[in-house]
Design a protein around this ligand. Sequence first.
Ligand SMILES: Nc1ncnc2c1ncn2[C@@H]1O[C@H](COP(=O)(O)OP(=O)(O)OP(=O)(O)O)[C@@H](O)[C@H]1O
Ligand SMILES: [Mg+2]
Length: 340
Amino acid sequence: MIEAVNLHKVFGSFQAVRDISLSIGAGEVVALLGPNGAGKTTTVRMLGAILKPSSGRATVAGFDIVTHAREVRHVVGLLTEFPGLYMRMRPLEYLAFFGALQGMNKVDCEKRSVALLKQFGLWEAREKRLDSYSKGMKQKVALIRALIHDPPVLYLDEPTTAMDPHSARTVRDAIADLRAARRTILLTTHNLTEAEVLADRIAIVRGGTIVAEGTIPQLTQQLMGTPVWELRLATSSSRAVPLIQDLAPIEEVGEDWLRFRNEDARHINPQIAARLAEHDVPLVSLAELPRSLEDVYLSIVSAQHVDRGTWSQSNGSAEALTPAEATIDEAESEVEEVRG
Ligand SMILES: Nc1ncnc2c1ncn2[C@@H]1O[C@H](COP(=O)(O)OP(=O)(O)OP(=O)(O)O)[C@@H](O)[C@H]1O
Ligand SMILES: [Mg+2]
């Protein structure tokens, strides 16, 4: 559904994205993780045909992001980091406006707007103007806007950032439902639990490029080696060591516990249990030591965290669209960069 090959983005002399290639199948959820300034949003904006790549190419649902930008913007529902909202509007008007731009008929659009406003807890606030909405409420309207035309592809750039825990949960549940409905989702988040729960695959971006990619078990294995298992006994561990050491490399031994590396738990653990039973060594528990995505992430990112500098509006304005411009341009399906 999304195929990106060697995408680069240069702002002036600054290389924000270098050589990103990504392939995401229909119904897959991929999370982009990475430190601030890593290039995640820039990548998302290129794949959403909001920003033109400096080089490389990509297609979304078969449409080229440069030559068929308009089609790309139709198949993608985009929640950007700083969503521009028309502040004087009320949510139903606002959604009617964007629904119409996506070619929806009025009745369907209204039905869907009502359902989504209810789903995300904004129904009671439907008479208020958007400028009176809180940060999290605005974020929800922006998310609803991304979902309004029920697009096959969704880019959700930090969808739960401004939200209270209950709302964040509602959004995560909505993402899980969309995943079940086989939407293709590219998610960026700093919430690793969110990525863990929602994503089929993780791509870690650092310094404008993907430095690791795979399922969480794959990344864990790659970065942290073979899983470690812990055996706890109701007796001294010295009784177990000679029974186990030829089956798995023992890493650490304590009073009544030991840890070993285990490449093939399904094969090795039953043998260990059988040997212990055979020698009347009382087993209390046998469990894999949990290795969180946070451990994996930090092992990639924090060790060599590179601050790639910051961008201010003054030096970036020539290239970037301000949020308001981006919204207007998206609305008109005429994005400055892509047009050029
Ligand atoms: N329009 C622009 N003009 C100049 N530099 C830019 C522009 N947009 C982004 N950058 C720079 O590109 C780099 C990547 O920014 P990007 O917004 O993609 O990071 P990110 O991974 O989304 O970070 P965060 O986690 O903070 O959202 C940053 O150094 C940023 O300053
Ligand atoms: Mg970002």
